[in-house]
Design a protein around this ligand. Structure first.
Ligand code: SF4
Length: 516
């Protein structure tokens, strides 16, 4: 007999909220087994001692750290998106209420970053609740249990989603027509575009057809398939496997550093379309592919975890220490000088010990019109929106990986010029304007490992201060003291950019694949 929540009691609501809280915590902190398996394959395939392989070592250690301490795998816990199946007659309003309570509590506990911003006022709600947040999709079904699936997909990878209206012209690939060959070109193009911005190696969910809005929804829905499943449609199964093979020949590598591992999954569905439209919608998810699910009984208790094998315990991922040091690392202790920066070149690994400042979108926009609240002369500016909690009257860093730097491209050159910033840390690289400023003023861009939020949080010895808190925790300017913060010089003061080089090389491979 179907469960009925119409008369849902307070006790069941409490149980439901606590089951949902457990789902959120596990999703944020414990990578699912299929993603772990895919990441192990990716790491083993990578050439040892390359930058890509070093990045994967940090990523694998970070996965263990997150699980050990129940901390967010990545600081960007995204837009929490729930897919909920309920038996006919279940009170969905009460379930919505329980989801909202659990989301607010998970945020209070530092398992989710406060990520919900009013799009008109720019105000962060502070608890991940707001208009249409969290996202909840309800479906009825004829089963007795409630099923709730959750995906946490951060902004870096969300921003790299792409939708193609075919026919279209694609860089390096030429014209994509309205057929499966055109679909293949669009997907490869999306993987190529994502590079380090989406924290490769990632996975793609794809929808062929439908309309613009539903196509994206169906594409994201494909990310709820396990990475090792096989499409029931033989044509799509073949396309998925071809994409996996070809994308991993592109040479994107972990974090876009160049390497063998570019994609850990490709899942495709097709939906009917209008005769006039042919959309290919691509939802890109990064290596921090956080999705889990639960089945709940009539009391609100978890009776089954989805995407997990109860027979298989969580396996440790790290192959050794997080970032194997060679002794050739350059130690930097801010404030930094122009001469120190000009001595660095692309490929150098640096270890920073001392003070640094966080600053991302709001801080950069602020600095265009106002002087910095702290002295940035010789400073290290970290593109990071951390998870912070107050404990015993002090701020503690709970997760602190880099955010996608290209968003600051309109501002960065001016910030370097006006305030004397010597090193910018982020991920995915920056554009020509910033590269020019690095060269002119003697500064460098350092790539930290995207998603390695636990790894980097552990380098923070102390939070020294905070300014611009009116922007909310992730967007405030935090002053922290770090020890042995590892990053790679990917843009130097001599006009060199590893990002531009990898983009060029992968673009050539894309062309070669098309001609083959
Ligand atoms: S791993 Fe990278 S792309 Fe993914 S959520 Fe974290 S910062 Fe964003």
């Amino acid at each position: 007999m179907a469960v009925c929540y119409v008369e849902i009691s307070g006790a069941v609501m409490e149980f439901l909220a606590s089951s949902l809280l457990e789902l959120i915590i596990q999703t944020s902190t414990n990578l699912p087994p299929d993603v772990r398996a895919a990441m192990s394959i990716a790491a083993n395939a990578e050439t040892p001692a390359t930058q890509s392989s070093q990045a994967l070592d940090i990523i694998l250690s970070n996965v263990d750290m997150a699980n050990d301490d129940e901390g967010p795998i990545c600081q960007d816990t995204g837009m929490p998106t729930f897919i909920i199946h309920t038996p006919v007659g279940v009170n969905q309003i009460r379930i919505k209420q329980a989801v909202r309570e659990a989301v607010a509590e998970a945020t209070r506990l530092g398992k989710l970053r406060p990520n919900s911003v009013d799009s008109i006022t720019g105000k962060n709600s502070g608890n991940n609740l707001g208009v249409e947040t969290p996202v909840m999709h309800f479906e009825q079904w004829e089963e007795d249990d409630i099923e709730i699936k959750l995906i946490l997909k951060g902004g870096g990878c969300e921003n790299t989603n792409n939708q193609y209206s075919v026919p279209c012209e694609l860089d390096h690939l030429g014209r994509a027509d309205r057929n499966l060959e055109g679909v293949r070109q669009c997907i490869l193009h999306a993987v190529w575009l994502a590079q380090g911005k989406g924290c490769a190696p990632g996975a793609v969910g794809v929808c062929i057809g439908s309309d613009r809005a539903h196509g994206y929804e169906l594409a994201k829905g494909q990310l709820f398939r396990t990475l090792d499943d096989v499409n029931a449609d033989p044509l799509l199964a073949k396309l998925e496997s071809e994409i996996m093979e070809e994308a991993n020949k592109l040479g994107v590598g972990a974090m876009g550093f160049g390497g063998k591992s570019s994609l850990i999954g490709c899942k495709i569905t097709a939906a009917n379309r209008l005769p006039a439209s042919f959309f290919v919608s691509v939802a890109y998810d990064c290596w921090a592919f956080r999705r889990l699910g639960v089945r709940l009984d009539a009391t609100g208790a978890i009776v089954k975890w989805l995407y997990r094998d109860p027979q298989r315990p969580v396996e440790r991922m790290a192959r050794g220490e997080g970032f194997p040091l060679t002794g050739r690392e350059v130690v930097l202790t801010p404030p930094l000088t122009e001469a120190q920066m000009r001595a660095l070149k692309v490929g150098d690994v640096v270890l920073i010990s001392g003070e640094m400042f966080t600053g991302r979108d709001n801080v950069h926009a602020y600095l265009m019109k106002n002087p910095p609240p702290m002295d940035l002369n010789g400073a290290v500016l970290y593109h990071c929106g951390p998870v912070m909690l107050q404990e015993g009257g002090e701020w503690k860093v709970k997760a602190a990986g880099p955010t996608t730097s290209i968003r600051e491209e309109p501002y960065q050159a001016d910030v370097i010029k006006r305030y004397g910033v010597r090193a910018v840390i982020g991920k995915g690289g920056m554009g020509k304007k910033t590269l020019g400023a690095l060269q002119e003023f003697g500064a460098v861009y350092l790539n930290a490992i995207g998603g390695a939020a636990q790894y980097y949080a552990r380098t923070v010895e102390k939070v020294l201060g905070v300014s611009l808190m009116e922007f909310g925790i992730p967007e405030a300017m935090w002053q922290v003291r770090v020890r042995n913060f590892a990053a790679i010089v990917t843009m130097d003061a001599h006009g060199n950019s590893m990002h531009a080089d990898v983009e060029r090389a992968t673009g050539e491979r894309l062309e070669a694949l098309q001609k083959a």
